[in-house]
Design a protein around this ligand. Sequence first.
Ligand code: ATP
Length: 253
Amino acid sequence: MTEPEIPEDHPRYASLVTRHRIEAGVEAGITSRQGLIAQGRGEAFDYLLGERTLPSADAAERTAAAALLLADHPVLSVNGNVAALAPAETVELADAVDADLEVNLFNHTEERVRRIADHLREHGANEVKGLAADGEIPGLEHARGTVDADGIEAADVVVVPLEDGDRAEALDAMGKTEIVIDLNPGSRSPQTADIPIIDNLIRAVPNVTVHARELADEPPADLQAIVDAFDAEEALAAAEAAIREGTFSTRDS
Ligand code: ATP
């Protein structure tokens, strides 16, 4: 079924559209096959969260917007799932906070980096980093630690959606402010993050943009106060509680 053929009143519409995009991403050589497994895992957590943005996630998204606006050199890391699910929304966020876009893949091939960069350009991106591959994240083997020297290596604030735990820890060790988007509050990456966003990236990315536009004219001291007031442990605990204590009764299946 192509995306327009999925009836909008289908109770699982959002989930079916998401699956279709990931499948199309794999067919187009943008998303890896492991990306399909990540998608399945994410869907299960999203189902348990009630497929909604929790108030704690919205607060994390606002904090992320403040941190990105305060940054000297923010970078949004894009992998195959992000490129398939929210390419235009990611480009829009980069514009809103004046961030670089860098393709950064766990299963790295130059061909796939190129395809993702082209895909982002088709969705409005100008410059896309990730092809120079002249920098590194210390502590990781070469293939997984390669980044652009003037991109992720030089960044002070990085957004890493669906990041692998080892890389999230290595980026943290570099002293970067790390914003992780991941539906699993128990995963190592959000647990490592300064700002963990426990939400579907499809909802999270546009919502960070909305907050960034609202906060754009705030003085730096007020943005810093938002960042300082954020409690990562509390955000993780709120998501875990929602997952453990949620009920299926109000949901469609
Ligand atoms: P762990 O540290 O538990 O081993 P991992 O990062 O290695 O975690 P993977 O199996 O690679 O886990 O799964 C990818 C992660 O991406 C999962 O935690 C899943 O919840 C998350 N995920 C998948 N799709 C989305 C999405 N659309 N939005 C946000 N998070 C997602």
